[in-house]
Design a protein around this ligand. Structure first.
Ligand SMILES: *Cc1c(COP(=O)(O)O)cnc(C)c1O
Length: 456
């Protein structure tokens, strides 16, 4: 009976919203490996990093000790426009599945950018503005990050230059127009406007681009233009820190009703939403206060955790960025052209890589047709049209709920619903027309990209 009291949506009062981000690195015994200078293979110093990134973000990137970092009031005020995001009890999905499992999802798609990426974009834009910079450069794949950053930059009156992976630039013209609405300039990558772009185009004529290429171009422009810095929407420690707002809100909402999750599930591209969602729960696990099963879900066509190696690698194709130790497929790896589900980055957050290597979380990979099946199943009962990325988490949440149906266990499952899929209708169309296929890279293909890892 007590269960009836749990509302469909658990909201927090404004006064209950987090006032500080939680830095899970402070509680990790084995800290994530430091970024290395690609030339000397020595840890990057704050001074070296500040050529590329804003000063305060460099401090956050290197901070392995402070567990809580205050969220500046200006950022909290911006968060209030679209946060707290709802934690939804998926009663309708549970009913449809006839599962005894209790399923909750944290929905991050309630803002114009349509995803969680705004949580970090607004923080990064704020620190750039505070430093008196003119603007920032970045890359975007499917366009969610570029959109979020454009919104954040227009709010703080900063210039925003986005390098957009060429295939997405061509396939998702509406994303591009959203970014331009917010005042950003959008260049398809690889482009002729940078040295590294010209180099990549010469080596791979006709390439449709990759996140790795776009990062190289954005970094080159940031370093070469006075008053500009580069910002990144995932992978980095600072981004996971900002995204901890997702997990802190989730935990506060669950605590209100004394709910203890058994399983926490999130999709993993570069790891920022998952890292953010699990942070406070992982903190409890690291401090020995509680235990949770934590599952990262990645595409079978870009399986960094499940088939990658834990090694230092380049973060970008042009090899201009620092080296990061992570689960990686090799910076040369480009997912097959038929892959439509997002989460295309070759590597994974150093924080999550270390936690995974220490056996504190699990990872699994899923094929895209089964991801779209789950997306459709979810959309039809829960009323939200999910992003393909988010649907990786839906797939595994449904699978776990169906296991509960077999065993009769009433497990509590929480998953991250990172965004909406309105700009992904071409992929949905392919799925509906039966034109979507699954591609799993062969061991030989993976070995080829892995052979090019730097020797550190
Ligand atoms: C970018 C994105 C992701 C993946 O990025 P992470 O850094 O792994 O969180 C997942 N879902 C949506 C909707 C996104 O836009």
């Amino acid at each position: 009976m007590a269960e009836q009291k749990i509302p469909y949506k658990i909201y927090l009062e404004e006064s209950e919203m987090p006032k500080a981000w939680y830095n899970v690195r402070a509680d990790m015994k084995n800290k994530p490996a430091p970024l290395l200078n690609p030339g000397t293979h020595q840890p990057m110093t704050a001074e070296e990093l500040s050529v590329v990134f804003c000063d305060e973000l460099v401090q956050q990137e290197l901070d392995n000790t402070n567990a809580y970092i205050e969220i500046p009031q200006e950022i909290r005020d911006f968060y209030k426009m679209y946060r707290p995001s709802p934690l939804v009890r998926a009663y309708c999905l549970e009913k449809k599945l006839q599962t005894p499992a209790k399923i909750y999802y944290k929905f991050e798609g309630n803002n114009t950018s349509g995803s969680h990426k705004l949580n970090s974009a607004i923080a990064q834009a704020y620190y750039a503005k505070k430093q008196g910079l003119k603007g920032v450069t970045t890359e975007t794949g499917a366009g969610q990050w570029g959109t979020a950053l454009s919104m954040a930059c227009s709010y703080f009156d900063l210039d925003c230059k986005v390098f957009m992976v060429k295939v997405s630039y061509e396939q998702k013209p509406f994303r591009r127009e959203v970014m331009r609405t917010y005042g950003a300039s959008v260049t398809p990558s690889p482009s002729e406007t940078t040295e590294v772009g010209r180099r990549i185009l010469a080596a791979h004529p006709g390439t449709t681009g990759s996140l790795g290429c776009a990062i190289s171009e954005a970094v080159e422009v940031a370093v070469g233009t006075p008053g500009y810095r580069y910002v990144l929407g995932s992978v980095l420690n600072q981004v996971l820190l900002h995204q901890s707002v997702i997990g802190l809100e989730t935990k506060a909402a669950l605590d209100k009703y004394n709910i203890k999750p058994d399983i926490i599930i999130g999709c993993a591209g570069g790891g920022s939403n998952l890292g953010g969602l699990i942070s406070p729960f992982m903190g409890e696990k690291l401090r020995g206060e509680a235990d949770y099963r934590i599952i990262a879900v990645e595409p079978a066509s870009c399986p960094s955790f499940t088939r990658g190696v834990y090694a230092y690698d380049f973060c970008d194709t042009g090899m201009v960025c620092p080296l990061a130790k992570m689960y990686t497929l090799g910076s040369d790896f480009i997912p097959s052209a038929n892959h439509a589900g997002g989460l295309r980055y070759h590597g994974m957050s150093s924080v999550l890589s270390q936690l995974y290597d220490d056996g504190l979380m699990e990872a699994t990979s899923v094929e895209q047709t089964s991801v779209f099946q789950a997306a459709e199943q979810f959309a039809r009962v829960e009323g939200i049209l999910p992003a393909p990325e988010s649907s990786h988490a839906i797939r595994v949440a449904i699978d776990e709920a169906m296991k509960c149906k077999e065993t009769g266990e009433e497990k509590t499952i929480v998953f991250g619903l990172t965004g909406t899929g309105y700009f992904d209708m071409v992929a949905y169309e392919k799925f509906h027309n039966g034109e979507m296929s699954d591609y799993i890279p062969t061991d030989e293909e993976l070995a080829e990209a892995r052979a090019k890892l730097p020797k550190v």
